[in-house]
Design a protein around this ligand. Sequence first.
Ligand code: SF4
Length: 458
Amino acid sequence: MFGDINKLEEMKAKLNSVSPSFCMAKWKHVTIHLMNGHTHSCYLPRTHAIPLEELKNNPSALHNTSYKKEQRRKMLNGERPEECKICWEIEDLPGNQTSDRHWRGIDSWTLPFFDEIRKTPWDANVYPSYVEVSFSSACNFKCSYCSPHVSSKWAEEIKQHGPYQLSEYQHQNTQWLQDNGFMPLEDEDNPYVEAFWKWWPDLVKQMMFFRITGGEPLLSKNTFKVLDWLKENPQANLDLSINSNMGVPERHMDRFITSIKDIVENGKVKNFMLHTSVDTFGEHAEYIRNGLNFKYFDKNINRFLTENPRASVAFMCTFNNLSISRFREFLDWVVDLRTRYGSAQRSVLLDIPHLMGPFHQSVKILTPDYLDRMRELHTYMQSNISDENGFRQAEVEKFGRIIGWMESPSEEGWLKKSRRDFYLYFKEHDRRRGTDFLKTFPQMKDFWEHCKSLVHEK
Ligand code: SF4
């Protein structure tokens, strides 16, 4: 999926020859949140609402909203869409900077379309080549850093107990989410899902990558409708991937694993990748991702990899301040899977992005002693780099970047507020969910006490 770095400088020049703000992701990438009718291209700008009237005669308005067309017009004319400021901020730094706009130009799903896009009128309806959809917010987990508009379990909890009262604001306030159009519609009778299925037979022929996210996709009947459709209508050029917490009841797991077996073994898609989230090992992972049973998760991963010898898996580890204490065991667990199941035909991947929000769960708020533990982990990874059964260079570098981020200075007031919120959040979490922070994380007692003292200091 990722492009050849050697083509980067050439592509920068090509993009700038169209305009200094031209980015192919605005045409060829889309994430569509069908559960609440929001979309964005790429995933960096905020989502915007899809107007229902635009969908009436044009299901492609799931991607081609009039709002997005206006951003494309600006890009072709050399104006910078405000929503893409993350790229402009990087490009305005001194030196020859590389932003996501440039990286997106050399992806396999944009590169072949350069000439086509630049000649396409800004107001045309276009087909994306990289599509990500979420059908529903139905989920059996309520992970600590997730939100009620993405997880129905979270929504149930907030309905029962109200938002979390942190030091200066209400966290997970569903009224705010409702007022801003983020809360999901009912699964039945959803006009966005209806439009998706109208568009699908044409869309699927143009796609190179299709990824289903959630909620928990294996709890949505639409996910299985996609799989059943692909069984009957093979798409040999399509890379398919599904996110799953791999903790759904057995009957859903059975249906998923057998469907993927049929699709992959019979060449009904080009490749299949399972994306699954887990942020550390054992009970610590269970505390972070409420609803997870690590043993059941481990069993399902092993079963998936055994029964699908040509399907790949990517672990998405959202590294946060509760990940550190058992991270070494987690790393060993991943390497063990890689050793047993990695092959020329498939990969066992590990991605370690660090959690940026909510702030109170980020590693940035930890006390300096945690840096020593991070450096030990980094050294361990560095001394086990291997293209076969160890860590990949890119994984080690990504982990090193987290340390660099932890070392960078933080504003004292922000730090105190975030540490107070850490205590307020997990204390309330324990009360509502019947968990016990200190019993689960005895290693973090000093940090917990420090955060608690800040609440009382206020
Ligand atoms: S300019 Fe940057 S933020 Fe905007 S669509 Fe392209 S990659 Fe995304």
